[in-house]
Design a protein around this ligand. Sequence first.
Ligand code: UFG
Length: 330
Amino acid sequence: MAILVLGGAGYIGSHTVYELIDAGRDVVVADNLQTGFRAAVHPKARFYELDIRDRPALDALFERESIEGVIHFAASSQVGESMTDPLKYYDNNLCGTMVLLQSMVAHQVGKIVFSSTAATYGERSQMPILESDRTEPTNCYGETKLSMERMMGWVSRAHGLRYVALRYFNACGAHPSGSIGEAHDPETHLVPVILQVPNGRRAAVSVFGGDYPTKDGTCVRDYIHVTDLAQAHILALDYLLRGGENNVFNLGNGVGFTVREVIECARAVTGHPIPAELSPRRAGDPAQLVASSEKAKAVLGWRPRYNDLETIVASAWNWHKNHPNGYQEG
Ligand code: UFG
């Protein structure tokens, strides 16, 4: 039986496929390659180019492959874009998940692990955030992810499907081998944006907002290595395969860093001065997001290995310095 990874050509998806294959699993990847890259797909995975909103294509895949569980990354994931183009997020994230679940129910594939987000919580004053805290998204991206969680809940009640939602905090870093890493076009995430400066692709990094109620006025985030996230997906799938019930887990390191601290760390790692300039706040950004991941540690046995920022940024730099144009040549 195989594991189906939807969005397995994307950043977190491709790293999860590498971990699954290293663990000896049989892996099928499906991706529409709109934001993912064919070159990021592990050569040992069977690849299907398809869009999860395409029901006949999904049905054909489930009929051809013997799938025991699904890991679902296929979604749009930019907070800023979700505020200017919310309908794209409803279409890709919610309609896409709806079609996927219709096809899974029809083919009696009953286990799914999927990417949720810290953005489901919105602006919380108590850190670290627990899974039981209130969810009040401040951006449309977080809203669609929370709706995906709820959709899974209703489908579970009606059809017996079981799910795990993994609420990631800020994914960053790259595979230790240096063969895959983070690449978005356009790039919006803080760590790769910062690293474009020493790579000569950007003159300075913009700091979005300097008047937040944090220690230096810039936003605080919990940065977690992509390989640690990938491991959590495998643990969550095995938990479902053992009969585990529907569940939601935060995934972070439990330590918050300001935007300025991340820039400072990248200066130390790269040896480049990395100029920074203050810009207006970005719409939809909460002041701080720091996880409690005690539940994932207790229930799944998750143990993040890369828990200091310098190691995480160094692994990102190891990829970016050798792939300044991501997966594109030249
Ligand atoms: N930032 C800057 N300058 C930049 C880019 C980002 O100052 O050029 C700041 C942002 O304002 C934010 C922090 O850096 O305060 C991190 O921003 P990212 O865009 O890297 O990440 P986000 O926190 O906005 O969002 C990420 C993922 C989401 C996920 C969220 C959960 O993109 O999918 O983490 O915290 F939901």
